[in-house]
Design a protein around this ligand. Structure first.
Ligand code: ZN
Length: 198
């Protein structure tokens, strides 16, 4: 059983190593890309932006594994450090990949566009919202219109500790009626070699 960072009194580092690792290969060799958005008053005498005025807002941050190059959707950057996403990290670190073949049926108006260069993105977001685009590996196979509804046929890979949990996570993320036609456990990518200390 993995210990959460908050329950690990006096052993802070053990707590961190539970979640500060790649969910796919368990490597701790990570980097964070942070994009800031800053607004500064321009000094009329020097033409330089004033310092210390207003706080730089973090616009976007992505944690990535340097060993397998995958993004880490269970980690985020908060002020000055990387933190785990509480309702996600245990499942992703302790889980294995599951591949679901499924359909999501949504109202047509939920999909901004179903053709053109951004169609796949809109169909993915329309099916599974943020998790569909950020956490899952989502592959849209095709979609069908029927009256005011669109049924999207997808292949989804997500991490979970059991078939039940995988179904729950999919059901929670689905933005319409979900039908899972098959769900199969895949083997986890091999753990990173230099990372046996547990
Ligand atoms: Zn990795």
């Amino acid at each position: 059983m993995l210990a959460g960072p908050d329950r690990q009194n006096g052993s802070m580092n053990n707590g961190i190593s539970a979640w500060l690792r790649c969910y796919r290969c368990w490597s701790r060799n990570l980097e964070v890309q942070v994009h800031y958005d800053a607004i500064r008053r321009v000094d009329p005498e020097t033409a330089m932006p004033a310092e210390g005025e207003g706080v730089d807002e973090i616009q976007e941050s992505v944690v990535q594994c340097l060993d397998c190059m995958h993004d880490q959707p269970h980690l985020t950057f908060d002020r000055d450090r990387v933190v785990p996403i509480e309702d996600r990290w245990e499942r992703m670190i302790a889980g294995t990949p599951w591949v679901a073949s499924c359909t999501v049926t949504v109202e047509a108006e939920q999909i901004e566009a179903c053709s053109g260069p951004e169609a796949v993105e809109f169909l993915t977001y329309g099916s599974f919202g943020d998790p569909g685009t950020r956490e899952f590996f989502t592959h849209v196979r095709f979609h069908k219109h029927r009256e005011d509804q669109i049924t999207i046929h997808l292949l989804v890979e997500l991490y979970a500790r059991s078939a039940e949990e995988a179904s729950e996570v999919l059901a929670e993320a689905a933005r319409g009626a979900l039908e899972i036609t098959s769900l199969a456990e895949e083997s986890r990518p091999p753990a990173h070699a230099s990372d046996d200390a547990h």
